[in-house]
Write a protein that binds this ligand. Structure first.
Ligand SMILES: [Zn+2]
Length: 252
């Protein structure tokens, strides 16, 4: 192995020495004072908190990071949630030093050998919890991708508004009498004839926007600046129009 090393530079999983047939590695001992903190992080994530929320609550409790810093990054939390070290396993050489002088490290994409060692040290998190967290990370990632895809369309509400009677999307239509204004109409009312036509009411745009703002206000979201497509995309999961009311589903 090449020299890559002052002790301070060692990363988790660093190989200290290789001889024919063996590698010598760092060992992991539990820092008992952090067991509760680590478990809390995993549990709070499963309970629905975001990495940012978790980081904030750790800071509020005055808990220091592993390196003794006050500031917790949400990226640190997310990395922890995916780090197999917490279930007692060890994947070595996740990152490697590519520039010793400037201490630049890169993700190891196969340039160096990797070893996955099961039960290499005592676990803090059980495997079942870890697996649930991995699935939840995946689920939230897909949700995020879906929101990003939706972001591309012109009017935010056209992606979020559905008819409570027939399930069709709502469309924005401009009317000119007596003067210009916009309404939202169920697609099956707008485009279908006769038998399949949906009778769902037509909503004035301003009225629809008010429903959204009221719902966001009720959930304590920041809506001082009034309606915008941006806040819809940020906070709204869906809006379902019924004859007597409008159901606004919000991300929490
Ligand atoms: Zn309809």
């Amino acid at each position: 192995m090449p020299e890559r090393q002052h002790f301070s530079e060692f990363q988790q999983g660093s190989i200290l020495k290789t001889i024919v047939g063996y590698v010598a590695m760092l060992i992991f001992c539990i820092r008992v004072e952090y067991v509760v903190v680590v478990r809390k992080i995993f549990n709070e994530y499963l309970a629905g908190k975001s990495p940012r929320d978790i980081a904030n609550s750790l800071e509020a409790d005055g808990i220091l990071t592993g390196a003794g810093k006050e500031r917790w990054r949400s990226s640190t939390i997310l990395k922890m949630l995916q780090n197999e070290k917490y279930i007692g396993d060890n994947l070595t050489q996740k990152t490697i030093t590519v520039d010793t002088l400037n201490k630049v490290r890169k993700v190891n994409k196969g340039q160096e050998d990797q070893y996955y060692i099961k039960n290499s040290h005592p676990a803090i998190i059980d495997r079942e919890t870890f697996e649930l967290v991995s699935k939840e990370i995946m689920r939230r990632r897909m949700l995020y991708q879906e929101k990003k895809r939706i972001y591309a369309s012109k009017y935010a509400l056209s992606d979020f508004c559905k008819c409570g009677k027939c399930g069709s999307r709502f469309y924005r239509v401009t009317r000119y009498t007596p003067k210009k204004y916009c309404v939202w109409i169920c697609g099956q009312r707008l485009y279908c004839k006769d038998a399949c036509k949906c009778e769902m009411r037509i909503l004035k745009e301003q009225q629809l926007q008010e429903y959204v703002i009221e719902a966001l206000k009720g959930s304590g979201m920041p809506v001082e600046d009034g309606y915008s497509d941006k806040i819809v995309r940020k906070y709204i999961k869906k809006v379902v129009i019924y004859e007597e009311y409008v159901l606004v589903d919000i991300f929490d």
